[in-house]
Design a protein around this ligand. Structure first.
Ligand SMILES: *Cc1c(COP(=O)(O)O)cnc(C)c1O
Length: 332
């Protein structure tokens, strides 16, 4: 089965090899306070910063999921409150007008909206930030980090889980914080939770975690990152493939693109709205051909399917899915 689900999704082809290596090397039994662990963790952090172009001053943390990252942010960083409820349509760009006096509030953005296949550009984030230079910005980049270039310098907190663009099994997420975010956590001084950010920051000074982490995932991440190109190279590739996907559906009256505004279409998640009667048989037939399409989500659950455009998908797998979609329509 080739999964085009936008997470969990297809794994990098090298994952089984690296898992085997982890078993053989005894990585799965090491103690998380041992020098062996520190070496693996440090390698993963160093490579992540290098390949993704994360500022050196930022701290990378390992958590268990993006959902846990929401929790950590809410507990450890927010003092007065957060801005989370400015909604805008799926064909609109992020509104960048002063929206009120938001002193000390946290801005939370979703850079890539997995449910409907829209994205917020690096430029939009940086423009919004210019209006609120004193505020902290947190960005959910769960379904884009590792697939496109993100300008980490333009926000204080970034997070993503690894079962999307990192081509890994679920069970770990990355939380990436600027010095300002860590300062804020120290000022708030929340120490009530096992994952209070100040505890995590203390441990991370030595590349460790507060609890026994997913050592296999950290090892896999370090091995995968080693073979990945620089994110600027990956960015070009991802966007080229996204353009090919969008071109594939443009002008198709049976399978329409959900997002009409080209400038907000996601590079990593393609949302397609087929004729209503076609949706169920299409997904079913795809599965019989060992191709897993992503279901719709939330508001778009019953009228769309989604295609992950993640780096782990190979050109021949993409070609296979396109061929299937073409043949399916021809059959009517
Ligand atoms: C998948 C996803 C999440 C949830 O990730 P978990 O690892 O299941 O916590 C959160 N935000 C976005 C944008 C996602 O795509």
């Amino acid at each position: 089965m080739i999964s085009f689900y936008p997470g969990p999704s297809k794994l990098y082809d090298t994952v089984p090899l690296f898992m085997q290596e982890a078993c053989e090397k005894g990585v799965l039994s090491i103690n998380h306070r041992s020098p062996e662990f520190v070496e693996i963790s440090k390698k993963a952090v160093t490579l992540l910063k290098e390949k993704l172009r994360i500022p050196d001053s930022y701290t990378v943390f390992f958590t268990s999921s993006a959902t846990e990252c929401w929790e950590i942010i809410a507990q450890s960083v927010i003092t007065k409150g957060s801005i989370q409820s400015i909604s805008f349509g799926i064909n609109e760009t992020l509104p960048i007008a002063p929206v009120g006096d938001y002193e000390e509030l946290l801005f939370c953005l979703t850079q890539n909206e997995t449910s409907n296949g829209t994205e917020v550009s690096n430029e939009s984030i940086s423009q919004l930030r210019k209006l609120y230079p004193e505020n902290l910005f947190a960005v959910d980049a769960t379904s884009s980090m590792g697939g496109i270039f993100l300008d980490f310098s333009q926000a204080d907190i970034w997070y993503a889980s690894v079962q999307k663009c990192f081509g890994m099994p679920a069970g770990m997420a990355l939380l990436i914080c600027s010095p300002k975010a860590i300062e804020k956590a120290k000022a708030k001084n929340d120490t009530k939770f096992y994952n209070s950010l100040i505890f995590m920051a203390e441990k991370m000074e030595e590349y460790q975690t507060t609890y026994t982490p997913n050592v296999l995932a950290i090892f896999l991440l370090s091995k995968i990152l080693e073979q990945l190109p620089d994110i600027l190279t990956q960015d070009i590739l991802t966007k080229e493939r996204a353009k090919n996907w969008y071109d594939f559906f443009i002008g198709n009256s049976m399978m329409k693109l959900l997002v009409k505004n080209e400038s907000v279409r996601s590079a990593t998640v393609i949302a397609v709205e087929p004729e209503q009667a076609m949706l169920a048989p299409l997904k079913q037939e795809a599965k019989l051909q060992s191709l897993l399409l992503g279901n719709g989500y939330g508001t778009w659950k019953n009228n769309t399917f989604r295609i992950a455009n993640f780096p782990a998908h190979t050109p021949s797998e993409i070609a296979k899915l396109k061929e299937f979609l073409t043949q399916f329509q021809l059959k009517g």
